[in-house]
Design a protein around this ligand. Structure first.
Ligand SMILES: NC(=O)c1ccc[n+]([C@@H]2O[C@H](COP(=O)([O-])OP(=O)(O)OC[C@H]3O[C@@H](n4cnc5c(N)ncnc54)[C@H](O)[C@@H]3O)[C@@H](O)[C@H]2O)c1
Length: 373
């Protein structure tokens, strides 16, 4: 058998094993994924739902919230002319219906910051919300890719991992904290200050998603600006990217945090995830994922390659400038502590969550495929 016919047979077999995922990356209009937004009636959830309705890779859009407004948001969004069927679901009894058969679940449920608050101040409320929603995903759509937006992402993603492990369905390739807004801010602020096209400029933003744990690698900006960055420019831009969220919280003066830019970021990131699931090659984004890049940080945001299974590969950090190396050293203790806080919360509260199914504890995916780097 020649190579071409062998490849055709492998492709046919793969299509048979995963029939819901279309394989031709050029035929985006044909592919159709089922996507749920949990927290769809909120400040992020509403515009995110609208943007996902327009995403050509979404065929079935499920909008879920604890408040009845979810039905109204779904009715409103459903009138936008695109192929995605759109339905609203409200309250815990309808959550399994919203999640049934999902390929991707995006989670912006929870409370946002008010002026003077850090993301960590949200922990007490949002940790339990994310734990319970991810437990429902583990039960109803264990193979879905999860995009966690709810803050503090540095802790809610580790919580989600523990819940999935407890249910015996953890695959690190399918769990991602959404840090794409940090990347968008870096592109915007750097191109405004140094020139360049904000649509195409590439600036890695690594670490986590809170204050100093957000580390833009300006030295790796491509194309690199003429004249580079002075130490003062690099310091000021780094500070602005790290505090972009607080800039919005303060400007909204108590009415919430970033919602519109976050919805744009979450929709762009979700689209990339779906492009990867759809078989497109070399889809590169940044995300907060299980990682071995930095000792002491079981999760870390870095550039990742997305593919048919979610995160195909965690890419390395590249060469850091002295200031960036110092930033990495400075962020590690805080990020590590936030991750530990998430693990501790999950481990302390999971027995209550799964008291009726302790059998699950023994079925953790000890051999879940790791993410390499
Ligand atoms: N990752 C990021 O870059 C980023 C950026 C901005 C905001 N955020 C975070 O996103 C979250 C949402 O922000 P927002 O401005 O949309 O808040 P919001 O209060 O406007 O909306 C949150 C929505 O979640 C719903 N909700 C609460 N508990 C729920 C549950 N158990 N199940 C389903 N829905 C539930 C609420 O009813 C509400 O509609 C916050 O935690 C915020 O800090 C993250």
């Amino acid at each position: 058998m020649d190579n071409r016919s062998a490849n055709r047979r492998v492709a046919k077999l793969a299509a048979h094993l995963q029939p819901q995922i279309r394989r031709d990356p050029t035929a985006a209009h044909k592919a159709g994924f089922t996507v749920a937004v949990l927290g769809a009636a909120g400040g992020i959830g509403q515009p995110l739902s609208l943007l996902l309705k327009r995403c050509p890779l979404v065929a079935d859009l499920r909008l879920y919230d604890v408040v009845p407004l979810a039905a109204g948001v779904a009715a409103d969004v459903s009138h936008v002319n695109s192929r995605a069927d759109t339905r609203g679901f409200h309250g815990p009894s309808q959550l399994p219906l919203a999640l049934e058969g999902c390929d991707l679940v995006v989670i912006p449920a929870g409370v946002p910051r008010k002026p003077g608050m850090t993301r960590d101040d949200l922990f007490n409320i949002n940790a339990g919300i994310v734990r319970d929603l991810v437990a429902a995903c583990a039960k109803t759509c264990p193979n879905a890719v999860l995009n966690v937006i709810s803050n503090p992402v540095n802790s809610t993603v580790p919580i989600a991992a523990e819940v999935l492990k407890d249910a015996g369905v953890y695959d690190p390739r399918r769990l991602m904290g959404v840090t794409h807004l940090d990347v968008m801010r870096a592109r915007t602020f750097v191109s405004r200050s140094k020139g360049g096209d904000p649509n195409t400029i590439d600036i890695p933003v690594v670490g986590g998603h809170a204050g100093v744990t957000i580390l833009p690698l300006l030295s790796q900006t491509r194309p690199f600006p003429k004249g580079g960055f002075t130490a003062e420019e690099a310091r000021a831009l780094t500070h602005r990217i790290q505090n972009g969220g607080t800039e919005v919280v303060d400007a909204k003066a108590g009415a919430g945090s970033a919602t519109l830019s976050m919805a744009a970021a979450a929709a762009e990131f979700a689209h990339s995830v779906l492009r990867g699931l759809n078989g497109e090659r070399n889809v590169l984004e940044h995300a907060f994922v299980e990682s071995r890049l930095v000792p002491g940080c079981a999760f870390f945001a870095s550039k990742v390659r997305l593919g048919r299974v979610g995160v195909e590969k965690v890419l390395g950090l590249g060469k850091l400038s002295d200031a960036e190396a110092a930033g990495l050293k400075a962020l590690t203790p805080e990020l590590s502590a936030s991750i530990r806080k998430g693990f501790d919360f999950a481990r302390a509260s999971i027995p209550a969550l799964t008291s009726s199914s302790t059998a699950n504890a023994g079925s953790r995916l000890a051999a879940a495929p790791g993410l390499g780097a």
